[in-house]
Write a protein that binds this ligand. Sequence first.
Ligand code: SF4
Ligand code: SF4
Length: 307
Amino acid sequence: MNGIVTDIQRFSVHDGPGIRTTVFLKGCNLRCAWCHNPETLRPEPQLQVLPARCIGCGACIEACPAGAHEVRGGEHIVHRDRCTVCGRCADVCYAGALTVVGREMSAEAVLAEVLSDRPFYETSGGGMTLSGGEPLVQRGFALDLLRGARREGLHTAVETNLADTWDHLAEFLPLTDLFLVDIKLIDAAEHKRWTGAANEAILANARRLAREARPMIVRTPVIPGVNDTAEAIGAVADAVRDFPNLVAYELLPYHPLGTAKYRSLGMPCPLEGLERPSAEHMDALARVASERGIAVRVAGAAAPARA
Ligand code: SF4
Ligand code: SF4
């Protein structure tokens, strides 16, 4: 089966145990206002434009069959309404200003890339992690990848927002060694406001996953003005503290990395001008959660985990 992949990140150490390869699948069913991976939101490939890299050679104008590139008054304009994402301009842009984000790949091709690092998994206890976007959006492809990884004896992890039916999620149980579960807000109205979706099914799925006793790490992205309070983090910790399968609770500080990415994709950025929470504030929130008697980690600055 084929799927659309935005990235295959080797030597990942933040998405499960050991050294891992994280496969990012395109398409998400939530619209979190703080998403710093906007390239994974839409299911289809997109043209990404980095004007700072453009050297004005004009090769893209020549290559584009749709007339989507134009230089007017020294400014390079991309008419996205004409673009069919054929990728021809990106092929000739040697400056690296143009890229097509999201490539169609077979499960076999993805697994071949994942398996090239097998020795590292074996020595570190690592494996393959599926992330996104939301892996369940490309459910058939994700399941194919997990089956293939299992056949090869790899440890498997799935990062999911749980915003799907239990029946769909249940298909992943026999193939997944570790679930990395995002729980962003407990307050139903706030969750709807900031992610575009209700959280009743998400929380019900989390409780059911807990009953299935599959190892689970719960993650909360900490977003200034959204959920960076003791009340909001304490509410999540209260909801998960009795899960018998809880390996750890992780707090992920907001990172403003995504703002420029929205521009490069021609997408509006819902939240601009936010600062990353201070280390002291993250530590204070971690203490709020650890007071509930659960193991809490704050994700490192170098590689903010996805949410
Ligand atoms: S091909 Fe790349 S570097 Fe050349 S004009 Fe187009 S965007 Fe700029
Ligand atoms: S991806 Fe294709 S249609 Fe879109 S701007 Fe580039 S060459 Fe033109």
